[in-house]
Design a protein around this ligand. Sequence first.
Ligand code: MLT
Length: 408
Amino acid sequence: MALINGNFLKLQNNYLFADIARKVAAFGQSNPNAKLIRMGIGDVTRPLPQVCIDAMHKAVNDLADSTTLHGYGPEQGYDFLRELIVKYDFNARGVDISADEVFVSDGAKSDTANIVDIFSDNIKIAITDPVYPVYVDSNVIEGRTGVYDGTYWSNITYLPCNSENGFVPSLPRDKVDLIYLCFPNNPTGTVLTKEQLKVWVDYALEHDSIILFDAAYEAFIREEGIPHSIYEIEGAKRCAVEFRSFSKTAGFTGVRCGYTVVPRELTGTTPSGERVHLNPMWNRRQTTKFNGASYITQRGAAAIYSPEGQRQVKEIIDYYLHNAATIRTTLTKMGYTLCGGVSAPYIWVRTPEGMSSWDFFDHLLNDLHIVGTPGVGFGPEGEGYFRLSSFNSHENTREAMERIRNKR
Ligand code: MLT
């Protein structure tokens, strides 16, 4: 008998963005002439930086010739990319990371989900609430989250992020083993200062916990004093794994490329209390279950580290941040309460007149033909909030704001 992993049946709903996509598709079928403006899933709309396109074209040509052909690549990523990552994303910020601590992958979503493979089922995890749903669902699938009471999982420690605490999570009261932090934050668009992040690193060091730090939106940081990497905080290499993505940085949502840093000194413990290094464990996991991101993809990613690549990436992110500013300014003038959108592509908006997140979603979709993401889809603290993303054109963003202003 092929017994299934029954934990899948515990997943409460469909994956949030799949659910929204289905609703939007149904709306599109019954309203074929409606001009929808999509501000839901954080999917890019600007073309990829030209340097990436050129590098990928060249990489395709490499594959057309047996002398420059690339077959299976290293599971950890090509050295040409790992070395650039180390130099520009870390060394340039005074962080000492080496290439063998960097694992190139097909994106931060899979890595943040797959990392659970190397931890025991018997650990206590903490997540912020609201949170990127992948962190919760990947632990549900592993059977680590306990019983669901319709709102909360019994074996998850929730760290509420709300208007009372300025969307900055407080330390858990009970000891936790694994802590998910995402900054700049998805979905609230908020950031942590060095001092605020240090509080978490100190907690993790004191309690022998590990922080899973998702920095997928790092390229959007525009404010001074905001750490771009958790390793800018002293001691973090002993307590944190960091995830990065080229999706939003270089428009790779469809190309797929990201990387994970597992420092050599980072350890966990066996049930008998021995220390085990996580870097070789993750390496073992990847070499068994992953065959590396494609050569073409990695050549494309490497291209962003040239001076011209950096300029082009900045131009694209500035474009999206301009939209974020348009959204912030318009909605603030209209009296909405919101946060985010300064060093992040997401704006977290309080729904008007106490509407529920899904009611507001339906109103925007059906009446104004705008797609956003209901806050409650990210967790119970997200009820009464709505996430707008800035990944659209200037024209569509302005038009969406116009529709909201004129309620048509
Ligand atoms: C989001 O909209 O939250 C992200 O685009 C989802 C993702 O990166 O997987």
